[in-house]
Structure formats: structure tokens, C-alpha cells
Design a protein around this ligand. Structure first.
Ligand code: CA
Length: 363
């Protein structure tokens, strides 16, 4: 049985290209390949972290089972093989074959990738999947990553996040002024424009920073993950909704040479398992958030609050300004934004008369 690691995969990929269009030159393509692959996957998550980290562990297990062991993927937590925020570079260079993270971490390298995770006041999970799989979003994503030698595959979603933990009440837009909050990405830029001070901290440092007062507030994910970090023991006010991350999608990215070295059936298994992981991760979050929110609602030291409309209106206005300025100077972002907002403008009505209208009948 032939075993191949990625170093050999590059040469083998060239061999596939060399066999050209004549099927006879490449052997009988009607029989499944027995070739075996052993890949490494680096991630931005703490090892086996609930939701995001387990999603990629589950992906590796499913791919191995579905391929009868022909594609084995070893998953590394953030920092185990490469630092948590260097997944993109490691996969792009071919240091490893595969990575799992969120595309908005690539801000500064490829800003336009933020649309494929989440944009403040943008698509929810249902809309994002609709746009990616049926509205041309995934094609735009693949085009954007082409020059980095990467193939992106949607893989996971946290659902709408929570607004975050605050050590004081947020009653008016003025309460955002001077607020030092851990909030990464475009959400942080929006907060800055509203008068706050955004900071970026890795997950592991959030609890202590909030508890010691080094920061006044933090967002992380939702109740399931936030409780696992103990954030409810570090601040009293838990605000919703997560205006800044209304349904962030995660990504599997594959080094393009590694991708092309896979036979078509293994490519199909990998893509199908990634899509299954999106469903599975949403199920895990829905279940986990349900019980964690119940716990927080019953906790006398926690107050769940909805952001006042006046505050959300200001944050929405700041978001619109920032997006308009951004796409005016970034042609790659403009192209994706045109497709993203064309769909969102229509789907907003669809969501209002279906999901939103239905949920309002239950409250
Ligand atoms: Ca978040």
C-alpha cells in the first residue's frame, strides 16, 4: 500500500497533470484509488474546544470513516504546531495541507475575506449558507483565495453570537464612550467610531483581563462558549444580540497543491463532510447555548439585557459608514460586497416574514 505525505504530494500532483487528457495514460479511472493520504490540519482553536474545536475533530473522524482510512487528518490546536493566527500562512505556504479557522482573522492580509465569516449587521447563518452555496458566494471566495494557493470550504457556524459581557450598564450611545472592550475585526472598528477602545486578545486571556478590570467588556461567542471560559464570574451584564457577528461561518482551507493531489472521490468526501460539520456544529451550539442560557438566566449574579435600540442604531450607522469607505478603496471587497448586499437586501424581507415572524409568535 502506497503511503504519501504532502512533501511527496507536490510531485504526485505534477504527475497527475502530466498524464493529460488521455485516460489510458492514467490507468483505469473507473476504479477507486487506493492511495492513502495523511494530512495535518492546524487550527486557531484551543484543542478540542467546544463547538469550533470539536467541529474540526469531528470533521477528521468523519473523513477518515467515509474514506475507509484513505484520508487521515491529524488536528492541531492553536499554538501546537503554528500560532493560532498563522493558520492562513502555514497552509498557503504548504507547511501543512489544511487549516480550520475563521476568514475574518485574515484582515490585513486579505480584508475582503471578512464577508465569508461575518459582517456587523450582515447575514445570519441561514442567509450566509444561502448566499455561499446558491448565490455565488463560494465562487467569489475561491476566486479571492486563488492567488494564495488556497481552496476554501465552508465548515461550521456558531449561529448568532451574544453582544458580550459588560461591567456596567449600556443605556445610551454615550455609555460606549471610553469603553475598553475586547472585540476583534470590524466590530472593533465600529466600536472605535462610536467612541470606545477596541482591543484584541486571544481567548485564553479574556477572563483575567475582564476580572482585573484591564478591560471593561468583552465579546467571545455565545453562552455555551462564554460559560466555558467563566466570563459570567467576571462581569455582571450580558447583552444581546451579537450585532457584530450575526452568524459567523468558519472555514476549512486546503493548500491548493494538496487539494489537487486528491482523487475526486476524496475531494467529494472532504467537501461533503465539511458541509455536514456546519449542520453538526449548529446543532451542538443550539443544544449547548440552550442550557448555558438557562443557567445564566437563573444566576443571581448575572443580568441578561437587550441592547437599547438607540445604541444599536448608532452602531448600525457606524457600520454603514465603515463599509462604504472600505469598499470605495478596495476593489476585491467591492466585488464581493455587491453580491453580498444584493442578496442580503432581498433575504432581509424573506427572513422578516418567515423566521422572525414565526419567532415573534412564540414570545
Ligand atoms: Ca465573537
Amino acid at each position: 500500500m502506497k503511503r504519501r505525505h504532502f512533501v511527496g504530494g507536490l510531485a504526485a500532483a505534477a504527475g497527475v497533470a502530466a498524464c493529460g487528457k488521455e485516460a489510458a495514460d492514467c490507468g483505469d479511472s473507473t476504479h477507486a484509488s487506493t492511495e492513502r493520504f495523511e494530512w495535518s490540519c492546524v487550527t486557531s482553536w484551543p484543542p478540542k474546544y467546544p463547538g469550533m474545536g470539536m467541529g474540526v475533530e469531528n470533521l477528521a473522524a468523519r473523513v477518515e470513516a467515509a474514506s475507509a482510512g484513505r484520508l487521515k487528518i491529524k488536528v492541531y490546536g492553536g499554538g501546537e504546531l503554528v500560532p493560532a493566527f498563522e493558520v492562513f500562512d502555514a497552509v498557503s505556504r504548504g507547511t501543512v495541507e489544511m487549516g480550520h479557522d475563521a476568514s475574518y482573522y485574515h484582515k490585513g492580509k486579505v480584508d475582503a475575506a471578512q464577508f465569508f465569516t461575518s459582517i456587523p449587521f450582515g447575514m445570519n447563518m441561514l442567509e450566509l449558507n444561502g448566499w455561499l452555496y446558491y448565490g455565488g458566494g463560494l465562487e467569489l471566495w475561491r476566486e479571492l483565495y486563488e492567488k494564495f494557493n488556497l481552496v476554501p470550504i465552508p465548515c461550521g457556524n456558531t449561529g448568532v453570537q451574544m453582544g458580550g459581557w459588560f461591567n456596567k450598564e449600556i443605556n445610551t450611545p454615550n455609555d460606549l464612550k471610553g469603553l475598553k472592550m475586547r472585540i476583534p475585526g470590524m466590530g472593533g472598528e465600529v466600536l472605535r467610531r462610536a467612541g470606545g477602545t477596541p482591543v484584541t486578545l486571544p481567548g485564553a486571556e479574556i477572563f483575567t483581563s475582564l476580572q482585573t478590570g484591564a478591560i471593561d467588556a468583552t465579546e467571545w461567542v455565545g453562552a455555551y462558549n462564554d460559560v466555558s471560559f467563566g466570563l459570567h464570574k467576571a462581569a455582571r451584564y450580558y447583552y444581546y444580540p451579537g450585532w457584530h457577528e450575526p452568524g459567523p461561518g468558519l472555514e476549512t482551507m486546503i493548500n491548493k497543491d494538496a487539494w489537487e493531489s486528491l482523487p475526486p472521490d476524496l475531494q467529494a468526501i472532504l467537501e461533503t463532510c465539511c458541509q455536514a460539520i456546519t449542520t453538526d456544529m449548529v446543532a451542538e451550539y443550539t443544544h449547548g447555548n440552550t442550557f448555558a442560557l438557562q443557567q445564566l438566566r437563573d444566576d443571581p449574579n448575572v443580568e441578561l439585557r437587550q441592547f437599547p435600540k438607540e445604541v444599536l442604531d448608532v452602531l448600525k450607522r457606524m457600520t454603514d459608514e465603515i463599509v462604504a469607505e472600505w469598499i470605495a478603496k478596495d476593489p476585491a471587497a467591492k466585488k464581493i460586497a455587491d453580491s453580498y448586499y444584493a442578496f442580503l437586501d432581498k433575504s432581509a424581507y424573506g427572513q422578516a416574514v418567515t423566521e422572525q415572524a414565526y419567532l415573534e409568535t412564540r414570545t
